[in-house]
Design a protein around this ligand. Structure first.
Ligand code: HSE
Length: 440
């Protein structure tokens, strides 16, 4: 039987899960991949802790289980990369540092396959790693990098190969969805809901990338690469997080039969890519509005086969590890025949957010004066924007708050209308209006 010798770099939540599954499913994996998957070694600075946590024998770790200094671990990694014996390296250290980038680049340069859950690295600094892998004829498995256990990478890359992807929309960050769900269902404020997410172990100690849309941005960048074969950078995307979502936004969502969700969105229209990560008002008729808690969901709309929705766990040890093991099996079985990403498509450009056509919900905080609502709605109409509904005004004699739901229009029409309001009636707006797309 063929053999696939693998090494794991880093034995934290994901790396430990991978080692466990490889050991527990060794027979099935051999049958499914036509190769014996041999876990040769795990490089981990603190093997005793990892061994205890995942019930792994110490002799599985590089150095036989002794603690490694950073320098020793780095030398061990170099040795693995230059070893003729290792076929595939699993990187589960994480981060986008030069150190990690060099490791991944050196793995593929040395002619070894790479499997990783590191979305940030592949999305922000992955171009040369993918290019080198192509030149060397080795494969990069990154199923685990996008929505943990959900098999969205292979679905887009392999299963829809006889179709055209029209659009992708999804909830791809569990932490922010958990926070928004608790705000929506229990009326909690953002800070309380974030604290609960941290206490429940969903949010990282530093939850910045989860709540500012960065983590979701990395995932949609990878899906765009798979669906359209192009490299989009974080700067090409218009990204807004959920930090500024307030109780009143949730109330306005309820009024239009919607839930606020952090949505990753990519659509190809006439050769242009429209891509964004934003809190959106998702109508209750859209499946995504009912996806609650830390669950992820991706909706793919295709030309020939219609709409598909995949729902599942976007994080977790065994969940994410499963996707890594599935990549190992695919690489062992199909090797050079696999594609790393989609064939490159012709794309005119990545559209500026101001060109995005959606129905929008605009929330205004204004001075509480007669004629204000009329003036604002007239300014919106004057930019050729058709208004769907105007909410009732909440007012207290000093401040009035209301929202306007529009029919589909370009964001720049709304921006021009807001500019006109500011110029013609300075001081009427007490804060910058909040604009959120409405997703049907
Ligand atoms: N922290 C992410 C989430 C999982 O909350 O969905 C890893 O990207």
């Amino acid at each position: 039987m063929n053999k696939m010798n693998v090494a794991i770099l880093g034995c934290g939540t994901v790396g430990g899960g991978v080692a466990t599954i490889i050991r527990e499913m060794n027979k099935e994996l051999a049958e499914r991949s036509d190769s014996e998957i041999v876990l040769k070694t795990i490089v981990e600075i603190n093997p005793e802790v990892a061994s205890e946590r995942f019930k792994l024998p110490l002799d599985l770790f590089y150095g036989g289980g002794k603690k490694l200094s950073v320098v020793e671990a780095s030398e061990a990694i170099d040795e693995i990369i230059s070893s003729e014996e290792i076929d595939l390296v699993i990187e589960t250290i994480g981060g986008t540092s030069d150190f990690i980038h060099n490791i991944c680049l050196n793995v593929v340069t040395s002619g070894k396959h790479l499997v990783t859950a590191n979305k940030a690295l592949l999305a922000e600094r992955g171009t040369d790693i993918f290019e080198t892998a192509e030149k060397k004829g080795v494969k990069i498995g990154f199923e685990a990098a996008v929505c943990g256990a959900i098999p969205i990478v292979k679905t887009i890359k392999e299963n829809f190969t006889g179709d055209k992807i029209l659009s992708i929309s999804g909830i791809m960050n569990g932490t922010s969805n958990y926070i928004l769900s608790r705000m929506q269902n229990e009326g909690l404020g953002f800070k309380n809901a974030l604290q609960l997410a941290q206490e429940s172990g969903y949010a990282e100690a530093d939850p910045a990338l989860d709540i500012n849309g960065g983590d979701a941005g990395h995932k949609i960048i990878l899906l765009i690469k798979l669906a359209y074969g192009i490299d989009v950078s974080m700067n090409d995307l218009s990204i807004t997080g959920i930090e500024n979502i307030k109780k009143e936004d949730i109330e306005f969502a309820n009024e239009i039969d919607a839930k606020i969700k952090l949505i990753c969105y990519a659509k190809k229209i006439n050769g242009d890519i429209f891509a964004t990560v934003k809190p959106m008002m998702v109508k209750n008729s859209n499946f995504l509005s009912g996806v609650n808690g830390a669950t992820n969901a991706v909706r793919v709309n295709t030309k020939y086969s219609g709409k598909h929705i995949l729902v599942g766990k976007g994080a977790g040890s065994s969940e994410t590890a499963m996707s890594i093991v599935s990549d190992i099996v695919f690489i062992a079985r199909y090797g050079k025949k696999m594609r790393n990403t989609a064939a490159r498509q012709t794309v005119n450009f990545v559209a500026d957010a101001s060109k995005f056509v959606f129905p929008y919900l605009i929330t205004f905080h204004t001075a509480d004066l007669p004629g204000t609502t009329g003036f604002i709605t007239t300014a919106i109409g004057s930019r050729n924007i058709n208004i769907d509904t105007v909410s009732h005004n909440r007012h207290n004699g000093e401040k009035a708050t209301f929202s306007v739901a529009t029919m589909p229009c370009q964001l720049e029409q709304i921006e021009t209308a807001i500019g006109k309001i500011k110029t013609e009636r300075p001081g009427i707006l007490l804060s910058e209006p909040k604009v959120m797309p409405i997703l049907y």
